[in-house]
Design a binder for this molecule. Structure first.
Ligand code: SAM
Length: 433
C-alpha cells in the first residue's frame, strides 16, 4: 500500500525499532516513519515532514505512550549538533537498543552484551571546534551553521573551559577570520593537553592569547599552529609551527607511556580503550611464541600492549607522525620486540602477513580492502582479531572472510556513550579444510 501527499498530516504511530542513526522506526499500518527522538515501544501522534518512495520522516506532535526509559535530555543542543542522538534515553537502555541494532547488522552471529562505560560523561579525549561567523561551536547536523555550547557533556571539562575562554578572547578579534578550527586533545593518564589552531594564514600573532592560556592551564604542554588553506572537508593541513612546548603530549595507559602528535589517532575514550585492549588480548589467545602483525596501528598502542605477552609485534600505519610516535613509544618504554613500518595496509601486505600467527586489524570506518582480505586468505593467516568502529563495514568484511574463517561472537564496547556509535571486536580462526 502506498501513501501519497501526507506531508503535514498527523498520524498515530507505534515505534517498533531504532535505526542505526538513532531515529525511532514508527509504523502505522503499512506506513513506516522515521521519527527523531522516539523510543522503541512508544506511541505518538507524529507529523509527517517529508516523504520518500517507501517511507517518511516525521516529528513527534504529541506523545501518547511514553517509554519508561525516557529521561529529560540534559543537553540543550543535543539534537542540533548531532553528536548525542540518545541523550533522551536512560544509559542502560541505550546499551540494549544499541545491542538490538547490532543484532540486526550481524545476522547469523552471536552478539554479546555491550561492555558499558563506567562514567559516560566528559569522556572524549579530542574535540575539534569550527570557528565561523563570530561563533565557535559544533556544526549543526547536515549544515555549516554553528551551534554554540557552554558545557558539552561528552568533551573533556578542560576542553569546555578552554573553549569558553577562547570564545571570549578570540571572537571579534581582527585575526578571527584566519582561524578555521581549534583542536584540543587531553591525555587522561597524565592530564597533559594539546591545543592547535588550524588557520588559513600562518601570518597570525596569537602570542598574548597563548601566554594567557598556558598560565591559566599549566597542563597545556603543546600549542601548534597548523596551516590549512585548502577548501576541503579535511581539517588538518600539512604545515605546522610550534607555538609552545613540544609537538606532542604524553599519555600513560596500563603502565605504558605514549607520545601523541597532532595528526596521530588516539582512541577517544581512555577508560574504554583499556577494556577494548583487554578484550583484544582475551580474544587473541596470544602465546609467548607468537609473531603478531598489528595493521592500522596508529601510535602503536595495541602493538606495545600486546608485546608484553608475545615474541614479536610489527605495527603498520599510513600516517608518518603516528608511526614516528610509535617508534619513539617503543623506545621510551624499553620495548625491544616491537617494530613499526610506514605503509598502506590496504595493499601489498603479502610479505608482512607471511608466517604471522596472529593479525590484528583496526581500520578506520571504511573497513579493510578486498585486496587485504584476499591476502589474509592467501597467506593462510591462522588467527585474526578484527576491531571496528563501524559495524556496517565489519559485517561486510566478515561476509567475505566467513568461507575461510570461523568467526566468534561479536563483542561490542561502548566507546561512545550517548551517541549511536559502538566499537566491536571479533576473532576469526582459520578453518581446517
Ligand atoms: C581506528 S584507528 C586505530 C589505531 C590504533 N589501532 C589504536 O588503537 O589507537 C585506524 C588507524 O588506521 C590508520 N590508517 C588509515 N588508513 C590506513 C591505511 N590504508 N594503511 C595503514 N593505516 C591506515 C589511521 O591513520 C589510524 O591511525
Amino acid at each position: 500500500m502506498k501513501f501519497f501527499n501526507m506531508k503535514n498530516e498527523i498520524v498515530r504511530c507505534k515505534c517498533v525499532d531504532m535505526s542505526v542513526d538513532g531515529h525511532g522506526i514508527a509504523r502505522t499500518g503499512d506506513l513506516v516513519v522515521f521519527v527523531k527522538g522516539m523510543i522503541k515501544e512508544e506511541e505518538a501522534d507524529v507529523k509527517i515532514i517529508s516523504e520518500k518512495k517507501n517511507y517518511s520522516y516525521g516529528i513527534i506532535h504529541e506523545m501518547i505512550k511514553v517509554s519508561p526509559y525516557r529521561r529529560q535530555s540534559d543537553c540543550p543542543i543535543a539534537y542540533k549538533c548531532g553528536g548525542c542522538d540518545l541523550r533522551h534515553i536512560e544509559y542502560d537502555y541505550q546499551l540494549q537498543l544499541k545491542k538490538d541494532i547490532l543484532i540486526n547488522t550481524f545476522k547469523g552471529y552471536e552478539v554479546n552484551d555491550i561492555i558499558p562505560c563506567d562514567d559516560p560523561y566528559y569522556y572524549r579525549n579530542k574535540v575539534q571546534i569550527p570557528v565561523r561567523d563570530h561563533k565557535m561551536g559544533f556544526y549543526r547536523k547536515f549544515s555549516n551553521d554553528i551551534v554554540e555550547f557552554d558545557d558539552c557533556l561528552i568533551e573533556s571539562k578542560d576542553a569546555n573551559m578552554i573553549i569558553t575562554d577562547l570564545k571570549e578572547m578570540m571572537i571579534n578579534q581582527p585575526y578571527e577570520n584566519k582561524i578555521r578550527h581549534v583542536l584540543i586533545k587531553k591525555a587522561r593518564g597524565t592530564g597533559e593537553i594539546m591545543l592547535a589552531f588550524i588557520v588559513r594564514d600562518m601570518n597570525i600573532d596569537l602570542s598574548d592569547l597563548v601566554d594567557h592560556l598556558i598560565k591559566k592551564y599549566p597542563d597545556i604542554r603543546s600549542v601548534i599552529l597548523n596551516l590549512n588553506d585548502k577548501e576541503t572537508n579535511v581539517i588538518l593541513g600539512s604545515e605546522e609551527k610550534l607555538l609552545y612546548g613540544e609537538k606532542y603530549i604524553i599519555d600513560i595507559f596500563d603502565g605504558i607511556r605514549v607520545k601523541l602528535s597532532l595528526k596521530s589517532f588516539y582512541q577517544v575514550n581512555y577508560h574504554q580503550m583499556m577494556k577494548l585492549y583487554a578484550k583484544i588480548k582475551e580474544l587473541s589467545g596470544v602465546k609467548d611464541t607468537d609473531e603478531i602483525l598489528d595493521l592500522y596501528c596508529g601510535i602503536g598502542t595495541i602493538s606495545l600492549y600486546m608485546s608484553r605477552f608475545t615474541k614479536h609485534v610489527t605495527g603498520v600505519e599510513i600516517v608518518k607522525d603516528a608511526i614516528d610516535n610509535a617508534k619513539d613509544n617503543a623506545e621510551m618504554n624499553g620495548i625491544e620486540n616491537a617494530d613499526f613500518v610506514l605503509a598502506d595496509a590496504s595493499k601489498d601486505m603479502d610479505e608482512y602477513l607471511k608466517g604471522k600467527d596472529l593479525v590484528i586489524l583496526d581500520p578506520p570506518r571504511k573497513g579493510i580492502s578486498k585486496e587485504l582480505i584476499q591476502s589474509l586468505i592467501d597467506q593462510n593467516v591462522p588467527k585474526i582479531v578484527y576491531v571496528s568502529c563501524n559495524p556496517a563495514t565489519l559485517a561486510r568484511d566478515l561476509e567475505l572472510l566467513k568461507e575461510d574463517y570461523d568467526i566468534s561472537e561479536i563483542h561490542p564496547v561502548d566507546m561512545f556513550p550517548y551517541t549511536v556509535h559502538t566499537e566491536c571486536v571479533t576473532s576469526l580462526k582459520r578453518k581446517t579444510k
